[in-house]
Design a protein around this ligand. Structure first.
Ligand code: SR1
Ligand code: MG
Length: 413
């Protein structure tokens, strides 16, 4: 149990050569191991270790925000929460997340399955590649984790214990509270934005009703512990082949509103949609329509799976069957009401995520890789305006099809 020390390409083999999980999955002859650091995220070290048996991923937390440097310290304990999130997600949606082989709390290190030939979904979306089964997979993942992590399914004492456990993850949700819900709406120190966006930013920041709605959503995010959310479910947290997908990287886990993950996810598809004119050629509109189809089908799959779990797995304290069926009533209306609340949160979160990726610290490659600044500003402005519309209309949006129709309108502006 030696003190924490960040791994490097040069030290990893020596330090991990006796760990049984690596011997099993990489090979017993450590002199043959090949180590590569491939982390391109904002926070952690990520290594691929290859050997005669196969490859594994070693993910290690750094004691600071990698994107910013050691001026922004961040607790190592986030690896503990990520590990526990992965085990719960694996139980709640088997096969949806990489298998964990080993966890070392002191070293803030998780050894897990190497996914191949999966690549980060964001890269596929920028490249205009389709992924079969994506919407079904994501809709089911969001529904299963939302439902099975809540009192709709969990015994109340287990749920309370889990909420207490994850409540220790303080600084990571604080990043979301600031970067996602707050910084975009004022001139925060770490903000940056594309030149040319000043008029639309002035409009957003001058809209008091909008800021009230965002703060109401932040209040729900910090105080509503409905279920265990992934907490950072963007297209960089999904790895896909042409026909298989997995969810990775749940270090932003917390107990929060059921609509949080699916809202953030839809935002990232919408940003992929709005950025496409800068990335695609002749098949632009066909690919953009495919992205909208993924949004609509993800929503459909989410609802179908949620209703299925409602009918077959409602074993918690919420909406017990005895309240309904005993009197010959159908609980479907109650399920409709729960889903309506989830979507109200989801569309508000969706709009907020669309704002923060263009206005606060951590932008996304979909827009950042657009070299033509004027074009980037035009596409980001469409995205920002639609985000505002979603936040304002979150309570009244009929369904995901209506969101897709809205996106088509903003895409023409
Ligand atoms: C300082 S961390 C910035 C962002 O990276 C993560 O992936 C989260 O999205 C976070 O908001
Ligand atoms: Mg991440």
């Amino acid at each position: 149990n030696t003190a924490y020390e960040a791994l490097s390409v040069d030290t990893l083999t020596q330090r991990l050569k006796d760990v049984p999980a690596l011997i099993e999955h990489v090979g017993s002859d450590a002199s043959e191991w090949h180590v590569q650091e491939v982390g391109d995220g904002n926070l952690n070290l990520v290594f691929i270790v290859s050997g005669s048996v196969g490859k594994i991923i070693v993910k290690q937390a750094l004691p600071y925000v990698r994107l910013v440097g050691d001026s922004w310290p961040l607790p190592l304990y986030r690896a503990f929460y990520e590990y526990h999130a992965l085990t719960r997600q694996a139980a709640r949606d088997p096969g949806a997340v990489p298998e964990v082989y080993h966890f070392n709390e002191t070293q803030a290190l998780i050894v897990m399955e190497f996914l191949a030939p999966h690549v980060i979904l964001r890269r596929k979306l920028i490249a205009g590649e389709k992924v079969a089964g994506l919407a079904d997979f994501l809709g089911q993942f969001c529904a299963r984790t939302a439902f099975r992590g809540s009192e709709l399914s969990m015994p109340s004492p287990d749920k309370k214990a889990d909420v207490a456990l994850f409540a220790g993850n303080v600084e990571i949700p604080a990043i979301t509270e600031a970067l996602v819900f707050t910084d975009p709406y004022f001139d925060a120190e770490m903000n940056n934005h594309t030149e040319g966006l000043a008029p639309v930013i002035a409009q957003l920041r001058g809209d008091a009703a909008l800021k009230i709605k965002v703060q109401q959503m932040l209040q729900r995010f910090v105080s509503n512990t409905e279920t265990m959310v992934h907490g950072d479910l963007h297209s960089g947290s999904i790895m896909s082949t042409d026909s298989d997908s997995r969810v990775i990287d749940p270090e932003f886990v917390q107990y929060g509103p059921m609509g949080f993950d699916i809202g953030m996810l839809c935002a990232n598809f919408l940003m992929a949609y709005f950025s496409q004119p800068a990335h695609r050629g002749a098949d632009l509109s066909e690919y953009q329509e495919w992205i909208l189809e993924v949004i609509a089908d993800t929503a459909r799959s989410f609802e179908a799976e949620f209703r299925h779990l409602w009918a077959t797995e409602r074993t918690g304290i919420l909406y017990p069957a005895s309240l309904f069926e005993d009197q010959g009533q159908d609980s479907a209306a109650a399920c409709d009401a729960v889903l309506a609340g989830i979507w109200r949160d989801a569309w508000a979160v969706c709009g907020i995520e669309m704002h923060r990726r263009c206005l606060s610290l951590a932008h996304n490659a979909d827009f950042e890789e657009i070299a033509d600044v004027a074009m980037r500003a035009r596409l980001e402005a469409r995205n920002l305006s639609m985000g505002a519309e979603l936040i304002h209309m979150a309570d009244t949006i009929a369904d995901a099809q209506a969101v897709c129709a809205l996106a088509r309108n903003f895409n023409r502006k």
